[in-house]
Design a protein around this ligand. Structure first.
Ligand code: CP
Length: 387
């Protein structure tokens, strides 16, 4: 009963490819999973940032960079590589200057509109604003919000824009964050839209790779588990392709393979490559990074399919003995059982570092999109020019 992957399309037909994948997800799994009370939103949006013909590789990076202030972030394609590097640099600065930055966003308010469960993303968005001196409003679970009375996302965002300076939104439908950003008059940050993207998780992942390896390129990155609807996987692959020089090893059962539109992104990046395999043990020794994911129960039509697939991969210490001594194990969390708890004590386990990095990167992003300077911070660009 699992939906089949989108039919192959030419990489040059990027817009229809992406749109088709979204439509497939929206009309397929997600809309069949009991979210009808969530209200409607225009789909597909008339023009979208995720369909605007984004760069397929670093060679195609846009030459004109729009400022961070006031910017909505729906996918990381909304940020240039330089802006992502600047955020990584800011997050490092914030970590070592906690007191200095504690009043950066005084007077600002963040809204967290979470139509889907979350622990890390919502709490870290909120903690980030609180640690910068701002305040937070919002809801966790839409049952008490006016969407239950039939309010659209657009109307909710037009309303909330009057109250706050920045919005973080999570929604089970692909494209919902984009619709929200088009209705809002303040920056909107996608905190996860269905099986599509999770850009701020990718910022956390990049920060973790940077701290473990001192780089985010020249790596062999294994991604393992539900590669079909693991939105963190899609965001991470697309972004690493922009940095370039990554060899992806995509480890999944046939039913949970990487969507074609993501593979096309790799194909369109000359310095990147991928292989698709089913067996984790046979490839673990080749990896610099193993990015584990949980099977996304909430996106399945029926429980039998989920039960059949959920235990496909379980990383334990026995498997870790076959891995490189400096391989980093990442996981966006929450985990179910795909990483045995015994692995937590292995120095290669980096998933709780990712959690910390997620908060720091959200501090960097929130202060940037509302336009508040971090006291004492020297931009990366200025430093490089001086050097
Ligand atoms: N990584 C992540 O998105 O976790 P939550 O679902 O708890 O926010």
């Amino acid at each position: 009963n699992l939906p089949s992957p989108s039919p192959p399309v030419l990489a040059s037909d990027w817009r229809s490819l992406r749109a088709r994948n979204h439509e497939h997800a929206v009309n397929g799994r997600v809309s069949g999973s009991g979210y009808s009370w969530l209200g409607h939103f225009e789909w597909p949006p008339s023009t979208t940032s995720c369909m605007k013909g984004e760069p397929l590789s670093s060679e195609l990076e846009p030459t004109v960079e729009t400022p961070m202030v006031g910017k909505s972030v729906i996918t990381l394609d909304d940020l240039s590589i330089n802006q992502i590097r600047e955020l990584l640099h800011k997050a490092q600065y914030i970590d070592s200057h906690r007191k200095e930055v504690a009043h950066t966003c005084e007077g600002r308010v963040l809204a967290t509109l979470f139509y889907e469960p979350s622990t890390r993303t919502r709490l870290s968005f909120e903690t980030a604003m609180l640690r910068l001196g701002g305040k937070v409003i919002g809801f966790a679970g839409a049952q008490l919000a006016s969407v239950t009375k039939g309010e659209t996302i657009a109307d909710t965002l037009k309303t909330v824009s009057n109250y706050v300076d920045v919005v973080a939104i999570r929604h089970p439908k692909e494209g919902a964050a984009l619709v929200a950003s088009r209705a809002a008059s303040v920056p909107v940050i996608n905190a996860g839209d269905g099986g599509h993207m999770h850009p701020t998780q990718t910022l956390a992942d990049l920060a973790t790779l940077q701290s473990r390896f001192g780089r985010v390129t020249n790596l062999t990155v294994g991604l393992c588990g539900d590669l079909t609807f693991g939105r963190t996987v899609h965001s991470l692959i697309e972004t690493l392709c922009r940095f370039g020089n990554v060899n992806f090893v995509l480890i999944s059962p046939d039913e949970l393979k990487t969507p074609r539109y993501v593979l096309d992104r790799i194909d369109a990046t000359p310095s990147c490559s991928y292989t698709e395999v089913k067996d984790l043990v046979s490839v673990i020794g080749d990896l610099d990074v193993l990015y584990m994911t949980r099977v996304q129960k909430e996106r399945f039509f029926n429980e039998d399919d989920y039960l059949r697939l959920r235990d496909t991969y379980i990383l334990d210490e026995a498997k870790m003995t076959k891995a490189k001594p400096d391989m980093a194990v990442l996981h966006p969390l929450p985990r179910v059982n795909e990483i045995a708890v015994e692995v937590d004590d292995d120095p290669r386990a980096a998933y709780f570092e990712q959690v910390k990095n997620g908060m720091l990167m959200r501090m960097a992003l929130e202060s940037s999109v509302v336009g508040d300077e971090l006291p004492g911070y020297e931009p990366l660009e200025a430093k490089e020019v001086q050097a």
